[in-house]
Write a protein that binds this ligand. Structure first.
Ligand code: XIL
Length: 393
């Protein structure tokens, strides 16, 4: 017997009470979602991201603490000021798989849900890095170093699982982080030394297979270093000519008041833009303290504390506050000139009180690298950027 008669839609007059209630519930749900979206948009209508909406996305790194404790004032400020988020630590191998293998999704899931709720773009950070990763990843059950094939399989499984879980929800991924050792070429790391020069290419291929629509980035610090730039530009040209799926570079931009040379910084942005790559400023902060000998961002380095290099434990003098505002304005003026290629600018932390720069490259200093102070009030640098966004360029 044909079932067409039985499955024909019932006429409106014959809708059961249950169906009607069902429709009402769906409509109410849609209304609640629309209301939530409107509130999110209204919140965003006032902030930094809104001010630069025609130029690039403005993002922030969200700390584990904010995610774990769901700190409401932090989350509210993030929702108001930014339209993209990166987990400061939440998705790193050693954080999401503390023993190297077992997944702990809760924190990263919270970040992804927060981004979706507030219609923000989500940045995945990071898939292949030598740091914040347990040594167990690189050895077999007998603690012997893995073979190339075994490590490639582990890399693929990690990328498939993580990128796969957030497929369609992560806008972009920092696929490989910090693979270049200043002007010496490939950095020595278990990834490089076990797999070989093509470990980076393989990571991009795996990530693309796991989510073909996600933007894939190579991310590094000291991108202004001419030696690093020359080496990387060569690698990326070769990738483009062979169709390795890479869409852009992440320039971390952990800068200071007087370094790097912004001519070099701009040259690096221009070089990648000219190659047709997108540029993301992924971890912006401006260290205002006197630098010890090492000024890079290699998280393995830490210099000794002395009071001399921690001059302002009780507050930033106005003159330095002004220098910070000047520096941010100069950086953003450059970025605005490249806004066709610069897709996003992300600050590495929400406010001065939680910045990693209080502990790097020297532990226990009082630093002031961000746009919001320790009471989460906007600083003069914030006002300066808002003025720049609103003014004639
Ligand atoms: C830093 C975090 O901010 C710290 O909380 C953590 O202890 C160490 O890592 N380059 C990167 C980031 O790509 O992941 C680093 O973040 C800073 C340097």
């Amino acid at each position: 017997m044909s079932s067409s008669k039985n499955s024909a839609p019932s006429s409106p007059t014959r809708l059961s009470r249950r169906t009607v209630l069902g429709h009402i519930a769906v409509a109410a749900g849609a209304l609640a979602m629309a209301k939530q979206r409107a509130v999110a948009q209204a919140l965003q209508a006032s902030g930094l991201a809104q001010a630069f909406r025609k130029d690039f996305r403005v993002g922030v790194a969200v700390s584990n603490q904010t995610l774990d404790q769901q700190i409401a004032p932090d989350l509210d400020l993030i929702a108001r000021e930014f339209n993209s988020v990166t987990g400061e630590n939440a998705m790193k191998w050693g954080v999401i798989r503390p023993d190297g293998f077992t997944w702990q999704w809760e924190r990263a899931d919270r970040l992804v849900d927060f981004a979706r709720k507030h219609r923000m773009d989500l940045l995945g950070h990071t898939l292949v890095w030598h740091s914040q990763i347990p040594a167990s990843v690189f050895v077999d059950a007998d603690r012997k170093p893995l073979t190339r094939d075994a490590l490639l399989a582990r890399m693929r499984e990690h990328i498939d699982t993580l990128v796969g879980r957030y497929k369609g929800r992560a806008w972009a991924w920092d696929v490989v982080n910090e693979a270049v050792d200043e002007d010496k070429g490939w950095r020595h790391s278990p990834w490089h030394d076990i797999i070989g020069d093509d470990f980076m290419e393989q990571a991009f291929r795996f990530a693309h297979a796991a989510d073909p629509k996600a933007r894939l980035l190579y991310n590094d610090y000291n991108m202004h270093n001419p030696g690093k730039l020359a080496f990387l530009a060569n690698v990326l040209k070769d990738y483009k000519s062979r169709g390795v799926p890479i869409h852009g570079v992440g320039n971390q931009s952990h800068v200071g008041l007087t370094y790097p040379d912004l001519g070099q910084w701009e040259r690096s942005i221009a070089t990648y833009a000219d190659m047709g790559l997108k540029v993301h400023i992924t971890e912006l902060d401006v260290d205002v303290l006197p630098p010890p000998a090492n000024t890079g961002a290699d998280v393995a380095n830490n210099a000794a504390y002395s009071r001399q290099i921690d001059p302002w434990p009780d507050g930033l003098p106005d003159a330095v506050q002004e220098q910070l505002a000047d520096r941010y304005e100069t950086l953003f003026r450059i970025l605005l000139r490249y806004r066709r290629s610069v897709e996003r600018v992300t600050f590495w932390g929400l406010h001065d009180g939680v910045s990693w720069k209080n502990n790097f490259p020297v532990r226990g200093r009082t630093n002031y690298p961000l746009l919001f102070d320790r009471q989460m009030r906007p600083k003069p640098a914030y006002q300066r950027l808002m003025k720049l966004a609103g003014g004639k360029r």
